[in-house]
Design a protein. Sequence first.
Length: 616
Amino acid sequence: MIVKMNKYAYLVYHKEYESFLERLRSLGVVHVKQTRPTGDNRSIQNLAAEVKRVKTQLDFLDSLLEKGKSPNIDRSRYNEDFTPSTEALSRDDMESILAEIEDLRDQSAKKQSLLLTLEKEHEMMSVWGDFKYSSIEKLRKVGYAVSFFTCHASRYDPSWEEKYNAFVINTKHSNVYFVTVTDVDEKFSIDAENAKLSPNDYEHICEDMAEQRNNMEDIEDLLFEIAYNNYEAIQTMKNEIENELSWTNVMFQTTPEADDKLMFLEGWIPDDKTRKMENELSDSGYYIQKLEITDDDVIPIKLRNNRFTGLFEPITKLYSLPNYREFDPTPLFAPFFMLFFGLCLGDGGYGLLLILTALLLKNKVSQSMKPIMKLVFYFGVTTLAVGAITGSFFGISIVDAQYFASVRNYFVTSDNLMIISLVIGFFHVLYAKFIAAVKIKIQRGLKYSLSAFAWIFVIVSLACILALPMMNIQLPTAVKYILYGVAAICGAVVLFYNTPGKNIFLNFGSGLWATYNTVSGLVGDVLSYIRLYAIGLTSALLGGVFNSMAVDMTASMNPFVRWLPMLAILLVGHTINIGLGLISSLVHPLRLVFVEYYKNSEFEGGGLDYKPFEKL
């Protein structure tokens, strides 16, 4: 849900203003209202740029330290005498360290670029073996020219060996690499391409590559030493700069009043924090006034959800925070997102792997990654449940197993799954329209929401009349007439009362246009959910294909040796399938939420993140 915010104004005597801000910052609950744009304030922009610069280098140092922890890294390269700095850095010291980091990273990037060039030259020259240009020059001086050629193996003519003293040096990727030795003055034409060569000897290229790698290792050692010794100090300095930035911004948003004798500031405080703030500041002689919230106010958004739905807040923030006058979509789409993920991945074995991965890593990952592991666990549970009802386990259709013959009819088939996906889509779209109707009722009043609610009754009534007979469910005649009556009454509301207060003819015109958009949009939106069936089916089929490959490609092998290539094919194949499945199982549920659900629920978004004035 969206936490209720209160708007407060503060009026403070100018000599007490800095001490007031210190107390306000120590509370850490007030989001200062941005009354003036900061784009033209040079101090704020410089501080923001400095924070960004420091954060960029801190992220790099953090990744370097994480790399240093890897068991694949040779720690003997690193100096055992590294000692982290315990002294606070001055701004000049930090500037010097940042400049050194940037210079070393620039050197490393240049050496990496040079190494890539050398690697291309090495690949170009390796097919010719280790020869020296000086030897070729000696041959030229005594009257023999050595020319380098390449062509496809099918085009190579053995007669060239007699005509032009051709010698095949190498054959690679169906290409023949050969040289000719002719008189210096002899001119000849041959159906082959002149080979591209590096101007440097092969041995010299290898030496240069080794030198560049050693230089890059030396630079990485220096960077690692800087990271190990100064990371915490730089982090502390970053916090100090951010504190200075927030302080400067608050001063900039302050409005001087009464010939600069009084300082006026506005801010937003979560409802559950207001009492603490009032108790802390009201006894100090500061003037505090709660203000009325107006329609023009941009109110910061703070989300508060339970332990389950709170895990989906990062997904909400991927698109946009809701604005203050609408619902928090997080708890509304969270169960659907989890279901969509399970239907897309759709294999019980893969779901079990996700569960085990989450359980094994939950106590080993950083604190920031723990919610992700919980989310992976829930996704695994849903995937395992879907796999259980569809009978798919690591690409094996357990429905066909003799052991499950007695309960085979209880499993969901692929045809049933397609219908289920469409039913889920219909319900999800209808649910979104209901959310939109409730939102209109709360924001504008009941009469403005009648048309939105009427559409829901029209859709449900007609769906029951048309869809239930397709499922061999026959409705009594009286029930049909009631449903027709409900559809007719609600249809009249849709056509003639869609915009209260307007002319009936204008309402009728807009009602017809809304009918066309709703009907066409509903069909397209519901059909979008067929992707749940298609992606889940693809994942199961690919798993089965890799299982068949493992069996068929090793069928002629010795049974005692066969298990090893079978295992390799299964591991590689299912790893690829899981990777592709995870991408699809995240991307497509995101699309269904951000497009189908958000559109039909009339999600507005554009919320401003709540960032309290506090000291880091």
